[in-house]
Each structure stands twice: as structure tokens, then as C-alpha cells.
Design a protein around this ligand. Structure first.
Ligand code: S3P
Length: 430
């Protein structure tokens, strides 16, 4: 599907977000290995999270869906059934990497794979620690999916994460639930901590000391009733769309505000964004609140702070849409230490560079980032998304500020994280 975006002069109204994708994956997996029936409210509508539910069903987990409420009957820590077919993680790196940690704790053999994009994403990062724990992991040449996993009795390990990745951290912590003793991981850079928070909520035992996170094996996990906040990474597209259009005024209720996820808000406020955060509450360790964004012309006259080091890891999913903002602020934006972006759902550095250039922006591509010159009016064009949801949604935001029509190719890929994105966008453009 090609989605045509017309230039807009104003963003106004309310955006209702789908449930947070990262939290939904984790709640579904913990619910599946807990005792009893968990109810997850406002579960992510995203295609990725439905890949997780489908894999869990193939492992014998009973799941009932009613709108965005999902009831999951847990099978206990070691209760999965051997799947009859290859598990299909679709486009979802979180599904394959986190679920592999749990599969490594089961003694049957299973295989897990995904679509073309996922099949080219690196799995050595999880295969190495899982092998150290004693699981047998086979993969396609280059440590690519499909993964064939046979686990069972694992050893607890102490493992220093070689990459800043919440997926790898979570995989090792989940496998650690099946260890003979505690398992600890050391993070070189802090990444999202939803696994740590959720494990505690389901009754697991987890300790943090400095950069080390340690879990105890064989917890008795108990079913929970949990409400999932709105996805801040989905809100990012609308926040930046509102920041770019004069006279904008946008309300986004119920947004997840976990401190490891909301660096985007701190970053934009420090750059001059007019943002109010109201009605903040905390449920099951995950804060949430309502966001109100208004246009502030000072932001467009600024130079955005460079995105590098720990900031890159904290903003990793928001860099595509921040690059669009970078092209519109007077001083531009420099992004470094972002080599991980090359192995996301697409090579996002190259996709951003090529599409920004075709909209008329001066961009320099580096191995680990981009130097984006600012302040140039965007020209409408055809956007090659490579089927990557965040590239499609980021360039939809660019299209709103362009001088002529923009066509987003393979626009249906937005469903990977944000089904309803195009209607939500149409609903707030004036
Ligand atoms: C995610 C972690 C990040 C992020 C992805 C979701 C998660 O990936 O980019 O969208 O839910 O743990 P990495 O762990 O590969 O950085």
C-alpha cells in the first residue's frame, strides 16, 4: 500500500496510543510461565506482539483475546509443550530473542524463525550466552535464524553484555530462571528495564547492584492483572509532528513514562519543546501520564544536542523521527555510536540517509551515524521504507512538513508497532 501524505499547516486533537510493545511482549511471556490466569489490559495491538502470542499458543499456552484485553493461562515455569511446527516470530526481534531464553530452559527441541528482515538479523549475541549456560543452539551460517534450540538444565552464569541491548539482557535473565544457581548480567550502557520490573511484579527475585542485575532461578511466578501504558515510541512520531507544525496543540493520554524510555522527552524539552506532563500515576512499577505538546518556534531555531554514547542507546527507536526533526531545526543534528541501527528491521542509517537526501536534505552518512544539515525545506517524494515501520512513520512526519505530496511505500508495515497509525495521523492533521 502507498500512503500519500499532504503537507499540513497544523496538528490538533487527541491521539490514542496502542499499548507499549516492549512491555506487552514481556507481560505475555511472564504470564505464560506463571501459575494461573493473567489478564493484560490495553495489550499492544502491534503485529510484533501478536507474533509473541502466536508463538506462545504453539507452545500450548491458552490465550483469549477480547479487544485489547488478553487473558493468558500460564503453564508454569517449565510447562511449555514441544511445538509441532517452526515457531514464527514474524518481524519481531524481541519475540525471537526473549523467547529463546525461555526455550533454552525447556528440554524439548524447538526451532524459531521469522520473516525476511528478521532472518537477516544477528543472533550470535544471544546464542553465545545461552551456549555458555549449557543450551544447544544451532543456527544458519553467520548465526542467523532459524535457531534450533535444545535446552533443559542450565548453569547460572555471570555475563558482561558485549552490546547495549535490552533484548540480549532480557534473554539471559529469562534463561537465568532455569539455571542451577543465580545468573547475573552486567550492562555496559543502561537499556530499557521492563524485564526487571515485570519479573518482580510476577513474583521473581531480582537484585540490582551497580551495573549488575542478578536473578534467582526457579521462581514461583504468579498470574497478575496488569494494565499496559501507551507506547512512548509510538507517541514520538506525533510529538515531533506537533513540534514541527505552527499552532499545533496535541493531547496524548496514558503514555508510558518509564525513566529508561522517556529520554526523548528530556531531550526535546532541553531543546525547547513546549511539553506538559500531567496526571502521572504508577502501576506495577511502570509510570504513565498524559502529554500535551504545543508548537514552539524556538525549537526550530535551535541546534539539537548531538546524539551519542549512552544517549544513543536511550533514544535508539526514536532516532528515525529525531532525524526528521534534525533536518528542520536550523542547526541540524549529528548522530554517533548508532551502529546498532544498521541491524534493526532495516539498515536504518542507510534508509534515513537515502530518503532524507531524496527529500532535498544534505546528509553525511558515517559508519555509526549521520550528520544532518538543518533548516532546508523538505520536498515531497517517494519514500522507500524497506518494510520498516519506524522508517515509514518517520517519513510520514517528514511529509507533513514537505512542500509537496509524499508517498510512503509499503505503508502497511506501520502495523508492526502501531496498527491505526494512518487513521490517527489523518485524525489530527488540519
Ligand atoms: C527492545 C529493545 C531494543 C529496541 C526494540 C525493542 C525491547 O532492541 O530497539 O525496538 O523490547 O527489548 P535492542 O535490544 O536490540 O537494542
Amino acid at each position: 500500500m502507498i500512503k500519500t501524505i499532504q503537507p499540513t499547516s497544523m496538528i490538533r486533537g487527541i491521539v490514542h496510543l496502542p499499548g507499549d510493545k516492549s512491555i506487552s511482549h514481556r507481560y505475555a511471556m511472564f504470564a505464560a510461565i506463571a501459575e494461573g490466569v493473567s489478564t493484560l489490559e490495553h495489550f499492544a495491538a502491534s503485529r510484533d506482539c501478536h507474533s509473541t502470542l502466536d508463538c506462545l499458543r504453539s507452545l500450548g499456552v491458552e490465550i483469549d483475546e477480547a479487544g485489547d484485553n488478553v487473558a493468558i493461562r500460564g503453564r508454569g515455569l517449565r510447562g511449555f509443550q514441544a511445538p509441532e511446527r517452526i515457531l514464527d516470530a514474524g518481524n519481531s526481534g524481541t519475540t525471537i530473542r526473549l523467547l529463546s531464553g525461555i526455550l533454552a530452559g525447556h528440554s524439548f527441541e524447538s526451532s524459531i524463525s521469522g520473516d525476511q528482515s528478521l532472518s537477516s538479523r544477528p543472533m550470535r549475541r544471544i546464542a553465545t550466552p545461552l551456549r555458555l549456560m549449557g543450551a544447544r543452539i544451532e543456527s544458519r551460517e553467520g548465526e542467523l535464524p532459524p535457531l534450533r534450540i535444545r535446552g533443559g538444565a542450565l548453569k547460572g552464569i555471570r555475563y558482561r553484555l558485549p552490546v547495549a541491548s535490552a533484548q540480549v539482557k532480557s534473554c539471559v535473565l529469562l534463561a537465568g530462571l532455569y539455571g542451577s544457581g543465580p545468573t547475573a548480567v552486567e550492562e555496559i550502557v543502561p537499556t530499557r528495564n521492563h524485564t526487571e520490573i515485570a519479573l518482580r511484579e510476577f513474583g521473581g527475585s531480582i537484585r540490582m547492584e551497580g551495573n549488575w542485575i542478578e536473578v534467582d532461578p526457579a521462581p514461583l511466578l504468579k498470574a497478575r492483572r496488569l494494565a499496559i501504558p501507551g507506547d512512548l515510541s509510538g507517541a514520538a512520531f506525533f510529538i515531533i509532528a506537533a513540534a514541527l507544525s505552527p499552532n499545533s496543540d496535541l493531547l496524548i493520554p496514558g503514555v508510558g513514562l518509564n525513566e529508561r524510555r522517556c529520554e526523548l522527552l528530556n531531550y526535546l524539552i532541553s531543546a525547547g519543546l513546549d511539553l506538559q506532563i500531567e496526571n502521572v500515576t504508577k502501576d506495577a512499577g511502570e509510570p504513565r501520564g498524559d502529554l500535551r505538546v504545543r508548537h514552539n518556534s524556538a525549537l526550530l531555531r535551535s541546534k539539537l544536542p548531538p546524539i551519542q554514547g549512552e544517549l544513543t542507546a536511550a533514544l535508539i527507536d526514536e532516532i528515525p523521527v529525531l532525524s526528521i526533526l534534525g533536518s528542520q531545526v536550523r542547526g541540524g543534528l549529528e548522530i554517533s555510536d548508532a551502529q546498532e541501527l544498521r541491524i534493526k528491521e532495516s539498515d536504518r542509517i542507510s534508509a534515513l540517509s537515502a530518503n532524507l537526501k531524496s527529500m532535498g536534505v544534505e546528509v553525511q552518512e558515517k559508519p555509526d551515524g549521520l550528520v544532518i544539515s538543518g533548516g532546508r525545506k523538505l520536498q515531497g517524494t517517494d519514500i522507500v521504507t524497506h518494510g520498516d515501520h519506524r522508517i515509514a512513520m518517520a517519513f510520514a512526519v517528514a511529509g507533513l512538513s514537505a512542500q509537496s505530496e509524499t508517498r510512503i511505500h509499503e505503508a502497511e508495515c506501520a502495523d508492526v508497532s502501531f496498527p491505526g497509525f494512518w487513521d490517527a495521523l489523518d485524525g489530527i492533521t488540519r
